[in-house]
Design a protein around this ligand. Structure first.
Ligand code: BJW
Ligand code: ZN
Length: 252
């Protein structure tokens, strides 16, 4: 058996015995749908400076530039399709008493693949609100190249994503923390684990006794915490993991 097959089997055994599962995902799970990651070679933070595009100060300094960058990424995400990894996770959900996806992604691909319980820690690129008064704005009629002005307060409309230095939506973060504390297995997929407080979810699960399984071709900040590491691309191995869990459940 290869290293990947061996770790897949170990992960399947852990999942087969689990009733409550949290799946913590990052940009890597959408890489095979054609959406660039942030910190890989050739990733977004190699081409762009996060402090010029992904902070509230950047938006206040140059709202049109930040808006246009996000609008262009929104078009890429809208045109992308969920991949075999997203779909396998959606099919895993009914096999467990509780199955919560806690995602850092803003692309909505888990929901489009059919996952029902998805907590978006960093918001979504498909919603917008006024940076000043918080009023929500519908996406379809908005311009591509300039941040619209809010007719209520004169502030600028922004994407509803979480930038550096901003708080995560508190009810979503609390729900993620409590799912992490209760779960038997936490699957960490396609994340470098470098951004906090999101990555703290994995520590929290581990401290409360969960087994941690990591799916990532590269070593990450969270690899040391993992009980099982599957060093492979997510869309390649998740369908196989699903099959192995199904088979194990049938034998029970
Ligand atoms: C594959 C694959 C395949 C490839 N299959 N795998 C503690 C210490 C130091 C700093 C901090 C700290 N706590 C907080 C901070 C500050 C900061 C932070 O964490 N900074 C660090 C970077 C140092 N955190 C914040 O600012 C957060 N807010 C906060 O702390 O509020 C409290 C506060 C408020 C006010 C004042 C003070 C405190 C908010 C963080 C928001 C992050 N936002 C972004 C942008 C979102 C919108 C957008 O998309 O533009 O979120 S940054 C970016 O990183 C994005 C992601 O969700 C996030 C995580 O990245 P992810 O998903 O892990 O992607 P990558 O690229 O890093 O990794 C991809 C992985 O996939 C790699 O490992 C590949 O190997 C793998 N991969 N192909 C499987 N096929
Ligand atoms: Zn407003």
């Amino acid at each position: 058996m290869s290293e990947v097959e061996q770790s897949l089997e170990q992960a399947a055994q852990l999942l087969c015995a689990a009733r409550r599962v949290v799946v913590f995902t990052g940009a890597g799970i959408s890489a095979e749908s054609g959406i660039p990651t942030f910190r890989d070679p050739g990733g977004l933070w190699e081409q762009f400076r996060p402090e010029e595009l992904a902070t509230p100060e950047a938006f206040e300094r140059n709202p049109d530039r930040v808006w246009a960058w996000y609008w262009q990424r929104r078009a890429v995400m809208a045109a992308a399709e969920p991949n075999a990894g997203h779909r396998a996770l959606a099919q895993m959900e009914p096999l467990f008493e509780e199955f919560t996806i806690v995602t850092q992604n803003i692309d909505r691909l888990h929901q489009r693949a059919g996952s029902r319980r998805v907590l978006e820690l960093h918001g979504t690129i498909f919603e917008q609100h006024c940076h000043r008064c918080g009023r929500l704005y519908d996406g379809e009629e908005l311009p591509a190249d300039r941040a619209p002005v809010c007719p209520v307060c004169g502030g600028r409309v922004r994407p509803s994503v979480v930038w550096f230095g901003e708080l995560l939506p508190s009810s979503v973060f609390q729900a993620a923390q409590s799912a992490a504390e209760r779960c038997h297995v936490l699957l960490s997929i396609g994340t470098s684990g470098e951004v906090y407080p999101a990555a703290g979810i994995v520590w929290q699960a581990k401290l409360h006794g969960a087994a941690v399984v990591e799916i990532n071709p590269r070593w990450t900040e969270l690899s040391g915490l993992a009980d099982v590491r599957i060093p492979a691309p997510a869309a390649q191995v998740l369908p196989e993991l699903l099959e192995r869990v199904r088979r194990c459940r049938q034998r029970q």
